[in-house]
Design a protein around this ligand. Sequence first.
Ligand code: SF4
Length: 300
Amino acid sequence: MDIEIADGSGFCFGVRRAVNLALRAAEDHGRRTVTLGPLVHNPLVVERLEAKGIRAVEEVAGDADVVVLRAHGTPAPQEESLRRRRLEIVDATCPFVKRAQRHARALREEGYQVVILGDRAHPEVASVRSYAGDDAVVVESADDLPVALGPRVGVMAQTTQPEEAFLRLVRRLAPGAAEVRVVNTVCRSTAARRAETEKLASRVQVMIVLGGRRSHNTRELARVSRLAGVDTHHIERARELQRQWFRNVGHVGVAAGASTPDEAIEDVVRRIRSFEEPFVSDGPAFSRPGGSGTPSPPLA
Ligand code: SF4
């Protein structure tokens, strides 16, 4: 059975940076290091950080000295209140999310009503919205736009949104407003990962999409893979794989979300191989087109 990994799978720049910052904070400051919410949307990463003494908490209590702000960003009032306390703050917000926050604030200050395309329940959207002013609107698609908006609209997107959905929203807004200011805040790495997944899905018989179920970018990979018409399974860890998915299958694709560690991808490949009977292999366990992707920071 051929197993092919989508190019660019595994940690993106923002996740790698956040994990490294959290690990360094724990090393420098000891075990009273917490992350406000899960650092990234991958339970394996969260568990492994916990094993290093870095706990994910929803509220910062008195038993923490260092607070790491999650890669998805933190709502402005929550961050301000933490900064007023005697706590060491390590800001692991992805620089692309920071950029979106800055744009949201600038649009508000320049008098635009901000429209954000994104998942209302996602922490990144909550963090960006907190900079965008009280009249900001979050929409999950162009069809979701309210009937009335101000005459000057600033439009932006959650970093993991598909670019086509963003363009659809912009086209829908343009005829109704006196002025539309467009800031493209979609992350390039997400768009590239989605394109690679789509390409791979078009040439395999089964796709395994690996990553957190709460991870928006991983759910998007599963969506584009299904749209390509291939049998697609979204899993969080190797033990969820089922032998019957691979019966009479000669070519399997694996795509992983931006917060999936390389070890988790390797576990998936090993487990798929273990379903082969008889198991004979003297070559590499899998191939990575283009050979790109650098190893994720050691967590174990
Ligand atoms: S997907 Fe993009 S925006 Fe999100 S953490 Fe990674 S680099 Fe940052």
